[in-house]
Design a protein around this ligand. Sequence first.
Ligand SMILES: *[C@@H]1O[C@H](CO)[C@@H](O)[C@H](O)[C@H]1NC(C)=O
Ligand SMILES: *[C@@H]1O[C@H](CO)[C@@H](O)[C@H](O)[C@H]1NC(C)=O
Ligand SMILES: *[C@@H]1O[C@H](CO)[C@@H](O)[C@H](O)[C@H]1NC(C)=O
Ligand SMILES: *[C@@H]1O[C@H](CO)[C@@H](O)[C@H](O)[C@H]1NC(C)=O
Ligand SMILES: *[C@@H]1O[C@H](CO)[C@@H](O)[C@H](O)[C@H]1NC(C)=O
Length: 314
Amino acid sequence: MLPCGTFLILCSLTAVCYCTTDFLNLFGYQVTGKTLTTVSTSDDLVCAEACAKNKSCWGFQLVEYSTKCILFQSLTGITQDDTQCTYYVKKLGPVKVAGQSLSFIDELRVSLMYASKKACPDGWTQNGKTCYLVSDELSCYLIPSALGAFWNGSACVLPAMNTSYTCESVSFTLYNATDGEFCYLAIPQTATTSNDTQRYGYYNNICYEQTGGGSLASIHSSAENDFIDDMGALFMIGLIATSGKISSASDVSWIDGTPVDYTQYKDSTTPPTTTDFYFTIVDLYKDFVTDYTTIPERTSLLCRVAATLVLTKN
Ligand SMILES: *[C@@H]1O[C@H](CO)[C@@H](O)[C@H](O)[C@H]1NC(C)=O
Ligand SMILES: *[C@@H]1O[C@H](CO)[C@@H](O)[C@H](O)[C@H]1NC(C)=O
Ligand SMILES: *[C@@H]1O[C@H](CO)[C@@H](O)[C@H](O)[C@H]1NC(C)=O
Ligand SMILES: *[C@@H]1O[C@H](CO)[C@@H](O)[C@H](O)[C@H]1NC(C)=O
Ligand SMILES: *[C@@H]1O[C@H](CO)[C@@H](O)[C@H](O)[C@H]1NC(C)=O
């Protein structure tokens, strides 16, 4: 397991962290949804791992006084229930509804409903400027009011949404990467002269803190590498060797858990080897250099965090 960065404490919520997928443990809320599968375990981390690995899984319940957990797909609601503390949901990127404010729990509900970032929530049908789901009246009222849902006698009806993306502040740069919309933040560092024993974990924590959950950036295409190059000089990125040394290309991974599907090493398909790995720097030639032990002049941390999805009623 990779270091989680920071233990998330949000309102009365705490987070279990599995590698790069955060789960929020909901105190005082119950989650309803279709069961995906059940796993025999009493360990929340084993459940989290199973859910993180399955793209259809949005949350789970670790059943109390039992040795199983239930994984959920297509969540239909998150409802208040003061007696519950056994439900967990995947923490997705932030979401806003234009012209509305969302409570923390409603933002979580909306982010899960619009996880596939389409005009209608997952599982709903689009009909021109509206979306509908045949449901009962009560389920319709459980939908966050900011979305403007109403029940027409047989179906729950919502306006179709226009989707766009934004970043939390002007210090960030928005970019449409191959794996989604992200906000990038460059944090300048002072050059170091003696071996920098803080290594990538320390710098990744700075990214986590400064971006509200992001990490040192991963790079997945030459277009993305060019975009990064345009942002300035040298950057520390999230290419790491968890074994602490590099002897072949298979020793490296991205700290955010994304696949290593693009690399750019100087004159080679293998990274510079090192028996003591500190961090990876992208140099002036856009090459990934893995054998620095100190931070060179004019280096910034390059942090990447999911962009905020903005839903605008059509
Ligand atoms: C998710 O889990 C379900 C039920 O176990 C399984 O059928 C499906 O193939 C899994 N999907 C992925 C992407 O692993
Ligand atoms: C409610 O909406 C559904 C889906 O658009 C539609 O099929 C149905 O006729 C509507 N019912 C009424 C009473 O308008
Ligand atoms: C981002 O890029 C993808 C793939 O090129 C494209 O389908 C999508 O529409 C783009 N998103 C935005 C918001 O421009
Ligand atoms: C700095 O790190 C390198 C590589 O790990 C090592 O060979 C060297 O002895 C270290 N230097 C000092 C002063 O610790
Ligand atoms: C939503 O997008 C459509 C198509 O791009 C556009 O015609 C419409 O004006 C947009 N509506 C809003 C409310 O932004």
